[in-house]
Write a protein of this length. Structure first.
Length: 133
C-alpha cells in the first residue's frame, strides 16, 4: 500500500501502479502477436506535464538537479521513474480527461450515496453486457 499526502503524488502512485499492471498484459499481447494501443487517462494536467518532461526518465549525471528538485517536492522518484519507464518501453499513451468524465474520480473524493450507487449500477450493467457477449 502507498500513502500520498498530495493529489499529485496520489496520481503518480495510481498511474505507476496501473502502468505496471498494463505492461504485463501488453507484454503478453506482444508475444501473442496481438496489436494493442493502450491509453491511461488522468485529470491531473500537472502530472501529465511532469511525465512528458521526464520521458525518457533521466539517468545521467546532468539530470541530478532535476531529481533533487523532485525530492524536495517529496515526489518519490521510484514511482515516477517506474511510470516513465513503462510509458516509454510499452508505448503507453498518457492523456488528459476532464474530471466530470473521469468515472474513477468519484472513488477518490467524498461523494454522496446517490452518485456512488449510480456508478455501481453503471459498472454492474457494463459487466453484465461483457459476460453475455
Amino acid at each position: 500500500k502507498r500513502v500520498a499526502h498530495s493529489s499529485a503524488k496520489a496520481e503518480i502512485n495510481a498511474l505507476a501502479s496501473a502502468a505496471e499492471h498494463l505492461s504485463q498484459y501488453i507484454f503478453i499481447a506482444k508475444h501473442l502477436k496481438i496489436k494493442c494501443e493502450v491509453t491511461l487517462y488522468t485529470d491531473a494536467k500537472d502530472v501529465i506535464d511532469l511525465v512528458n518532461s521526464l520521458t525518457p526518465f533521466p539517468r545521467d549525471v546532468t539530470m541530478l538537479p532535476i531529481l533533487e528538485e523532485l525530492k524536495k517536492q517529496k515526489i518519490r522518484t521510484i514511482n515516477l521513474g517506474s511510470l516513465c519507464d513503462n510509458i516509454e518501453e510499452m508505448n503507453i499513451n498518457l492523456k488528459h480527461i476532464e474530471s466530470p468524465l473521469n468515472i474513477a474520480d468519484e472513488l477518490t473524493k467524498p461523494t454522496n450515496v446517490s452518485k456512488l450507487t449510480s456508478l455501481m449500477v453503471d459498472l454492474s450493467e457494463a459487466r453484465k453486457k461483457e459476460v453475455s457477449v
